[in-house]
Design a protein around this ligand. Sequence first.
Ligand code: SAM
Length: 253
Amino acid sequence: MTWDPEQYLKFREQRSAPFEDLLALVPTKPGMRVIDLGCGTGDLTRRLADVLPDSEVVGVDSSSEMLKKAHDRAQRGVTFLAQRIEDVEGQWDLVFSNAAIQWVGNHESLVRQLFSLLAPGGRLAVQVPSNTSHPSQTLIAETAREGAMRDGLKGWVHQWPVLPVARYAEILFEVGASDIIALDKVYPHVLPDWDAVVEWMAGTALIPYFERLLADLRPEFLRRYGEKIREAMPDRPVFFGFKRTLFAGTRPE
Ligand SMILES: C[S@@+](CC[C@H](N)C(=O)[O-])C[C@H]1O[C@@H](n2cnc3c(N)ncnc32)[C@H](O)[C@@H]1O
């Protein structure tokens, strides 16, 4: 997928709140070997390194556009690598991922795989958006199923692999994790108007649609989606309640 770092960073402030909540689920031991899966522009990878004393933090991402930005954030103890989350190996004291594994399929096996990367005493901490029933998401799928869009996409509609929150807790228990935490939280964003919601989605959820649509259909997709969002979220400012799932578990010593 082709990411646009500038578009993504437009909502940097709103996106930092779940990151801070995820960080709160992590013990701050000195000298940790840390991997940040789907590190994006690396801003939050740097923050991770700053709060974990003497840590060695590696950020991995599959997007060359995002990594280009991330390389500017490299510093002592913080490095970035082009790698797919599915291909990560090694033993880590912290396997961390903020808003990234929703782009990787089959969470039943993925969470097990990520847990297997932990050294004894290591912690897995993950945050994924779980707002799939919000109009910002359902109206994307609705737009994709209509007329020329349906033909342009050959009937394809993106399916998010995110599981119900309780299932993440169960999987962590099944792999023998201790100190399990799994929770849903609604982040109460107030945006100027519906157009900002469309802008937000253009930086993330709309990307796979734009990749599949021919260039001349993209503005029309955005226009139709915008009309639906304006109708569903007409207020100024608009309340955008964004549900996210956070989970964490520790591999026993
Ligand atoms: C929504 S951004 C989150 C970035 C960062 N973690 C943050 O919180 O700002 C999702 C990132 O996951 C990356 N990504 C998606 N699928 C991936 C995969 N299979 N392997 C590695 N990175 C992936 C994307 O390139 C993108 O940079």
